[in-house]
Design a protein around this ligand. Structure first.
Ligand code: GLA
Length: 671
């Protein structure tokens, strides 16, 4: 599963830099300040199509070549972005139909970003041309260490060409209309298709099978577009130069696992936007991205104190972004890049936070970047090559996420929130978690390394995944199934079985019925008394001998009264939990602690606000990243004498942490 690319030989700190916005006379001062903050990398070129290729004639790469080399002289490396998220105006004038069409049938305008119909042959030809020209110019440049394709893929086009391509995709996948009609139950409301050309692109709610396939088609579109860029770039790349795309956390547009297959490393853009980050929930975002390639990742964009696109663009507290950077590193980031270095005078993002302002002077935030630069120069060698080792995995499945989004059944039911509800109790106990692909379990050779696998709302289930999970449990693994498990097949049709579908036998229970709740329902457990919110499933034992009731519902709507809410069942050498209630936070914590303890997973209690992350060095030694996420002082005592590589202080008693303070520790081995 692991990729041969190491994401970095050091932990990088950097920023997005757009030298094309400024006369060259500004560059030396920019670079001097970058050096002063300790930046080791910049990302350039990603929206610079019109500066590199102003009229489909000659390419102008000299300016970029010069910027790369000036930066390199200051010891700063470059990641280049392909500029395909910003097709230039001349291209659109030449081929007006490369502009995408919205759901409402309107052509989008040129001048923003991501305005193209991704499958458009004219757009693809132009993209191939600029990408291969960039590859030829910079692919073997020793100062260019990696490439990012496009920027935050997100456009979905509804033009007639896309509809035709969608129909072709369906033909390839189903082979016959009979098969398609069968899987989609099209006799329902007389949807039966007798010609591929009759099949629409779904606009708004539609047949669940059709909606799911349109997501798969969108995934395929982006994958083939990315593939086109890889094919045009890779032949020029020197060895060890990696390729990535900058994803957006739980963005719901396509299957990120499929797009990641063709990339060397995963990277993502983390913005808190409005408010402040909650470290108990935001760790899951990093773990999600780490799971795209099952290896460390880059935080290739993050907010320098504030953004410009929220109702209130509050600035993060002094110190908070440094804590966020360390939080990302603690979860497997090998680079932190701020977006962006300097404010452009024009363009749509004039008020976004930056490190240097429009007058070329450092903002107050600059000092915080400098601090991170110092932190990393003291710890990079220690951390490079280290990885997160987790004994708990959580399964993520885009098909289930989409299908639940379309049939929430309870207005407030959200796949990601429910997922995070299972993550937070682990985060509170500093338990490292791998978030991995549910569909990937059938090929995942590392499953046996996990003591616990949690499968939150794995609504769509295919037989091979169910078989892999059954095998995992029979060999001794502990599996946690939750509400909305195993109800549908991979075509988004109901399985002709009760939940959890093909996992019923190992669960020892099945779901007799499910209830969207207007009011919470009491749940009385063997170890807790609480309530179920939003949702409740009524369980019945199918293995009367071995299925054990862990919690029952109290008096509520009659249907749930005294029925089983949570169960556990021994199967082979393992255990399967079925959590049929959406428990309140305290009960969820108690239940999850119990589940962790039964599986002998190590937990570490730290004062609220303090996070303890562990990265394991290739030799097996641990590096502890301790982060105080609170704006007040805090204390932590480690069980052994430790050395803090940021302050160069040895601690044998309490470690005092400032507001948003960080310590990077190794154990002092007394002679
Ligand atoms: C996104 C984009 C960046 C920039 C930032 C601003 O993440 O990738 O180009 O627009 O948002 O927050």
């Amino acid at each position: 599963m692991r990729n041969h690319f190491k994401s970095a030989s050091r932990i990088h700190i950097g920023a997005s830099y757009y030298p094309e916005h400024w006369d060259e006379e500004y560059w030396p001062e920019d670079i001097r300040l970058m050096k002063d903050t300790g930046l080791t990398v910049v990302r350039m070129g990603e929206f610079a199509w019109s500066s590199m290729d102003p009229d489909a004639g000659e390419f102008y790469f000299d300016w970029l070549e010069k910027a790369i080399s000036m930066l390199a002289s200051a010891g700063i490396q470059t990641v280049l972005g392909t500029p395909t998220a910003a097709p230039p105006t001349w291209l659109v004038q030449q081929y007006p139909d490369i502009l995408a069409v919205t759901e409402l049938g309107q052509r989008v305008q040129v001048g923003n970003r991501c305005h193209s119909c991704v499958p458009s042959p004219d757009f693809r030809a132009a993209a191939a041309r600029i990408v291969s020209a960039m590859g030829e110019a910079f692919g073997s440049n020793p100062n260019v260490i990696g490439w990012q394709f496009d920027n935050e893929f997100n456009r979905v086009c509804y033009c007639e060409r896309c509809q035709k391509l969608f129909q072709d995709y369906l033909l390839r996948k189903y082979g016959s209309l009979d098969a398609l009609n069968q899987h989609w139950s099209t006799r329902y409301w007389s949807q039966t298709y007798t010609d591929w050309e009759q099949i629409p692109i779904p606009i708004g709610p539609h047949n669940p099978g059709l909606m799911l396939e349109f997501k798969h088609f969108t995934t395929e579109n982006y994958r083939s577009f990315q593939r086109l860029q890889i094919d045009n770039l890779k032949p020029y790349l020197a060895e060890n130069v990696w390729m990535t795309h900058n994803f957006m956390q739980w963005f719901r547009g396509y299957d990120h696992y499929i797009l990641s297959e063709d990339l060397d490393i995963a990277s993502w853009d983390w913005y808190v936007g409005m408010g402040h980050h909650d470290y108990l929930s935001s760790g899951v975002l990093h773990d999600l991205i780490r799971g795209f390639k099952n290896q460390n990742f880059w935080l290739i964009e993050t907010q320098p104190a504030s953004v410009n696109w929220k109702p209130i663009n509050n600035t993060l507290n002094k110190g908070e972004t440094r804590a966020m950077a360390w939080h990302a590193i603690g979860h497997g980031a090998d680079a932190i890049l701020y977006w962006q270095w300097r404010s452009a005078l024009g363009g749509q993002e004039q008020l976004h936070g930056t490190i240097v302002d429009q007058s070329s002077q450092p903002r107050p935030f600059y000092g915080e970047v400098q601090q991170l630069g110092r932190d990393l120069s003291a710890t990079s060698d220690l951390l490079a090559g280290s990885e997160i080792k987790a004994s708990v995995a959580m399964l993520n499945d885009y098909d289930s996420l989409w299908a639940i989004d379309w049939q929430k059944h309870h207005r407030d039911f959200d796949y990601v929130e429910h997922f995070t509800h299972y993550y937070r109790p682990l985060a509170l106990l500093n338990v490292p978690v791998d978030v991995i692909s549910a569909k990937g379990v059938k090929h995942n050779k590392n499953l046996k390394n996990y003591r616990i696998i949690i499968a939150p709302a794995l609504w769509l289930q295919d037989e091979d995944t169910a078989a892999a999970l059954t095998e995992y449990v029979s060999r001794g693994g502990h599996l946690v199934l939750t509400i909305r498990s195993g109800m549908k097949d991979e075509f988004n049709a109901l399985l002709p079985k009760r939940q959890p579908g093909n996992l019923r036998q190992i669960a020892g229970v099945e779901v007799e019925d499910y209830y969207a709740l207007q009011e919470p329902v009491p749940v009385i457990g063997n170890f807790f008394e609480g309530q179920s919110n939003l949702w409740a499933e009524r369980l019945i034992k199918i293995d009367r001998k071995k299925a054990i009731t862990m919690a029952k519902y109290g008096k509520s709507n009659g249907w749930l009264d005294d029925q089983i809410a949570v169960s556990v069942h021994r199967y082979g050498n393992g255990l399967v939990y079925y959590v049929g209630a959406y428990l309140d936070v305290e009960s969820q914590q108690i239940l999850m602690e119990r589940i962790l303890k039964t599986a002998a997973v190590t937990t570490i209690k730290t004062p609220l606000g303090i996070e303890l992350c562990v990265r394991q060095q290739p030799g097996g030694d641990n590096v502890y990243v301790v982060i105080n996420h609170k704006p007040d002082r805090n204390k932590l005592r480690m069980p052994w004498p430790v050395y803090d590589h940021i302050t160069s202080i040895e601690h044998r008693a309490d470690i005092d942490l400032d507001a948003y303070g960080v310590a990077v520790l190794t154990v002092v081995k007394d002679e």
